[in-house]
Design a binder for this molecule. Structure first.
Ligand SMILES: NC(=O)C1=CN([C@@H]2O[C@H](COP(=O)(O)OP(=O)(O)OC[C@H]3O[C@@H](n4cnc5c(N)ncnc54)[C@H](OP(=O)(O)O)[C@@H]3O)[C@@H](O)[C@H]2O)[C@@H](O)CC1
Ligand SMILES: Nc1ncnc2c1ncn2[C@@H]1O[C@H](COP(=O)(O)OP(=O)(O)O)[C@@H](O)[C@H]1O
Ligand SMILES: [K+]
Length: 554
């Protein structure tokens, strides 16, 4: 079955290239029928017909490997169904892998025309280009010859593009556009067998368009998501795609034939679905958040964080500006309590969830050591992260918190992550999952690596790739809102009968923050407006941004 994945309505396991290759080998060994490539061709045919039912031309660009084989198989099937499919083959027919060679034979038998680029028909909006040039085997070396010609031609066309498995040139593990400007920008991508992390982070979303998935009938083997099926334990996901919180149970197929001693399915636990604001609770039940930031000229960042923490359902929010001449009141939100850190009581630090660094400037460094030592729950953002990056003693203090049972979340954007890792932004963006995991391990805390497809990594946990959000968030202050929102969700979550663990609550907060922006439906959402949209989510059930459930079928 072909199902639509984005917008992400539910969590889904993501498998990188190596995990997918292992899965493929196991599926082939289990000999599902029909063979995988025929199932892949059928899936491409089905989606192509759904997307372009009135196409006058369906042009399949087929590459030199098995991705090309999928395209050839689809062309054969489309032609047999009387559809106007033609193929441009960019590879030596004599050197195709065995399955692709068999699909080439079937395409020839079906009467598929093989065309030269000069014979390419003029394509319109109702037509379809199928990108079956490179998939999992695409390598980051300059494309040449017929392949380069096809990629250039594809980039110049106006017709919608359906990419098979991956947009050609997109790295399935990292979401890097490995072929630069020639990396295909698809309108739709049909992932086969597995969803690859690279479709959802870095440049992935811009290149993949709408993502669809067909598992090619291997679901029943229990290789993808069940803990144990007839073919043994499932292939552990490389990461999870974070989807809507509406679906409470993870996408687990029941183990078909559980054996004695089998472990329970290894899937991320979701927070309890309990309504957070039960009748007999009071403001003290929802915890306190203290926001420390807002150095001279940057008070707004701290105000945004404090407002977001309050919108998230924290019982009381203190705003502690670092600018001594700073405001004493947020007139739009008088419920925020402005109190310098020097006026904190011992209880403030013992009980509050502290959000530090938003607009903190250089002044945050002076208070950071105390916060790192005493705050039981700490969210570090922006200048707090820069201070930690610049000072080995602060880094050690952050790392030491975990062994004392003090939990921390850091929320770097790629440049802040690069400073913390001692590398450049390009290195972080080249492999966002790896960079976030490295940082989580180095600092012993949960990491939110922000940007398109934010990564949430925690030591010992399978990372999340956030499935919500758009560039409507690419505006000053939305990161401050996120830091406050995480702090507020953390604090309010303490009122739940079973508070979610740090990895889960961080992923939930990241998802709801970006989903709110997406649902606002504006091309750009200013940060203070984002807080107001979030306020409609924060006070209800934890993770209550419930979209409609269930996948769309095609
Ligand atoms: N695995 C699965 O689960 C399933 C896989 N299936 C399908 O198979 C696909 C994987 O097939 P694949 O392994 O044959 O790799 P593919 O992407 O066709 O590319 C390899 C060819 O491209 C060439 N090449 C690479 N980069 C290049 C460059 N920059 N410039 C020029 N040439 C370049 C490379 O040359 P080489 O590096 O070997 O010299 C080789 O000839 C997968 O994505 C899915 O569509 C489904 O059918 C069933 C389930
Ligand atoms: N193109 C995008 N797609 C999805 N989310 C984005 C995009 N651009 C920014 N964001 C989100 O917006 C927030 C921006 O944070 P940050 O860069 O720290 O901004 P600021 O420092 O101005 O508050 C992060 O949550 C980030 O993930
Ligand atoms: K492709």
């Amino acid at each position: 079955m072909v199902e639509r994945i984005l917008p992400a309505r539910h969590d889904a396991p993501l498998h990188g290239v190596a995990a997918t290759r292992r899965l493929e080998a196991r599926a082939l060994a289990a000999a599902p029928s029909p063979p995988l490539m025929q199932a892949a061709g059928a899936a491409v045919e089905r989606l192509a017909l759904a997307l372009a039912p009135h196409a006058r031309h369906i042009v399949v660009l087929a590459g030199p490997g098995n991705n090309g084989g999928d395209g050839l198989e689809a062309a054969a099937r489309l032609r047999r169904a009387g559809r106007p499919a033609v193929v441009r083959l960019c590879g030596d027919p004599a050197r195709l892998p065995a399955d692709a060679a068999a699909s080439l034979q079937r395409a020839r038998e079906a009467g598929v025309p093989f065309i030269e680029p000069s014979a390419l028909p003029a394509l319109g909006a109702q037509d379809l280009l199928v990108d079956a040039l490179l998939g999992l085997g695409g390598a980051a070396r300059p494309a040449q010859g017929a392949l380069a010609e096809a990629l250039t031609l594809l980039a110049a066309q106006r017709a919608p593009v359906l990419a098979v498995d991956l947009p050609s040139g997109l790295d399935g593990d990292t979401g890097q556009a490995a072929l630069g400007a020639l990396t295909v920008r698809a309108d739709h991508t049909l992932a086969l067998l597995t969803l690859k992390p690279g479709l959802f982070t870095g440049a992935g979303r811009d290149h993949a368009g709408t993502v669809w998935l067909d598992r090619l009938g291997v679901d029943g083997l229990g290789l993808v998501v069940a803990a144990t099926g007839p073919e043994g334990p499932a292939e552990a996901p490389t990461a999870w795609l974070r989807g809507a919180a509406a679906r409470r149970s993870p996408p687990t197929l029941p183990a078909l034939d559980p054996r004695p001693g089998d472990e329970a399915p290894r899937v991320p636990a979701r927070g309890a679905a309990a309504t957070i604001r039960r009748h007999a609770l009071h403001k003290g039940s929802f915890g306190d958040v203290a926001v420390v930031g807002g150095a001279r000229g940057m008070l707004g960042a701290a105000v945004l964080a404090a407002r977001a923490a309050h919108a998230a359902g924290a019982g009381r929010v203190w705003l502690s500006p670092l600018d001594p001449s700073g405001a004493r009141l947020d007139p739009a939100r008088p419920e925020l309590m402005l109190r310098r850190t020097t006026a904190w009581t011992a209880d403030t630090l013992r009980q509050a969830t502290v959000v530090a660094g938003c607009g903190g400037g250089g002044a945050i460094a002076a208070v950071l050591a105390g916060l790192l030592t005493h705050a039981p729950r700490l969210v570090l953002d922006a200048d707090a992260l820069n201070a930690v990056a610049a000072d080995a003693a602060l880094r050690d203090a952050l790392r030491a918190r975990r062994s004392r049972g003090q939990a921390s979340v850091v929320t770097p954007h790629p440049l802040e992550a690069a400073r913390l890792l001692g590398c450049d932004t390009g290195t972080v963006q080249a492999d966002r999952l790896a960079a976030a995991a490295r940082l989580a391990d180095a600092l012993g805390c949960s990491v939110v690596l922000k940007g398109s497809g934010s990564i949430v990594a925690t030591p010992g946990e399978t990372p999340w790739v956030n499935g919500s959000g758009t560039a409507a968030l690419a505006t000053g202050g939305s990161g401050d809102v996120l830091a406050g929102w995480i702090g507020g969700r953390w604090s309010a979550g303490l009122a739940l009968p079973v508070p979610p663990d740090l990895h889960e609550l961080t992923a939930e907060a990241v998802w709801t923050h970006a989903d709110a922006a997406e649902r606002a439906g504006r091309p750009l959402l200013r940060a203070a407006d984002l807080v107001e949209v979030l306020a409609g989510v924060g006070a209800g059930a934890h993770g209550a941004a419930n979209g409609p459930d269930g996948p769309d079928g095609a």
